[in-house]
Design a protein around this ligand. Sequence first.
Ligand code: ZN
Length: 488
Amino acid sequence: MQLTMKLAIAILTLPSVAYAASAPPAPSLTPLIRINVPTVALTHVTLFDGSEGAAKHDQTVVIDHGKLAAVGPTASVAIPPGASVLDESGKTLLPGLIGMHEHLFYISAGGGPGHLLLGTEQAESAPRLYLAAGITTARTTGAIEPATDLALKRAIEQGTQAGPDLDVTGPYLDGRPNAILQNQSLAGPDDARETVDYWSKRGATSFKAYTYITPAELKAAIDEAHAHGAKLTGHLCSVGYTEAIQMGIDNLEHGLPEDKEFDSRKKPGVCPAADAQAGHSIVALDVHGPEIQGLIHTMISHHVALTSTLAVYENFEPEEPSLDALQGTKSALSPTSWSEFLKLRDLIKQHPRYQSPETMAQILRKEMEFEREFVRQGGLLMAGCDPTGIGGVVAGYGDQREMELLVQAGFSPSESVAIYSSHAAKYLGRENMIGTVVPGMRADLLLLDGDFEHDVSIIRKPEIVFKEGIGWDSAKLQASVAGIAGQR
Ligand SMILES: [Zn+2]
């Protein structure tokens, strides 16, 4: 993840009018749709309803005009006359997932001297890959091309593009230097305020502070975002978590490894060097010790959410995930990007830039422990794939891996689903519309071909993704953009 800094990683309630029913899909999208009738009954499914409760077996879910009309045991749910009835025995139904650290770009080296990064906008592939994986709502957590992201959001609402509903985050709010060539370096607190004001007026509903922002810029950006009814999250480094929480930040990205307040070399307002020592200082922390316990208490008492991005941490381990688990990623990426990724994976094995692969694995395990402890104490944990790293995390497929890693971290399948649905809905202030499978909610659902309760790898077998009652065909969405993600 330190590699990340240089080489890679890259809301209060929104006005409800912004989430009025979307326009019907344009005729050009019809080949990607499997079910488009007003009333559908999915019978005999195993249901995870978005709460932390256990899976419910032999359930029937009735969709009517884009909303959930009935949910309950198959034996007791009345199926309305005229409904299309689909027997889904042996399959699992989840709420539409809410990805909270998604990007619409792919990261690559190539920014020239200084090892800067470049992001390449994935306007064609990313929205479809997210939707195919069951992501029906996504927050873009940092934009390289905010105007493009906003245009995609509108196109999805207007039915001319297939994709999740988007909460668009404005451009990265970074200081100097910054790791991504396209990012603007803020020139001070006034610039931070102006930037947030400018993009809020154009539809951004979220902002993300980045690693080199100064404390004064961060404070100005938080206050300006809140004045616009937007929320602000951070992938921090120059500002420690406790300091950012006291300034009013809403959300923290990635987790413990990005909190430098426990690094003895940290100077106020300065991001310490990304070297091997940084990793060791994180691994040495005890999640039951006073530092972490104090941090968790401060986060929870200030209602600051945490976004899990385990898949991108894992991406810095040269052997994980297995090539087998990367088949979907391979199918999505262009041959150029796939071979570039394999090259980098090999390179970090031979020449770890800052952290050895063993240290990266320890950092991932420490982060898993931290997330479990945060949730155990009542913290609001959300998740996303963060399609950056060394290029092996791709929209949608990365979310599938993230879900598996949440379970590996020790969360139950139902807790992992809740992290990816109802928790995020709560953060977005839309828990009365999305994030759970109960009558009256929007018909956003993910149908998996298999038994997720006993084998979470079934998350890799999405079959139909319902968004406002329209059943998108996952395989067709994926096939429509196969081989074009990344760089071409
Ligand atoms: Zn990110």
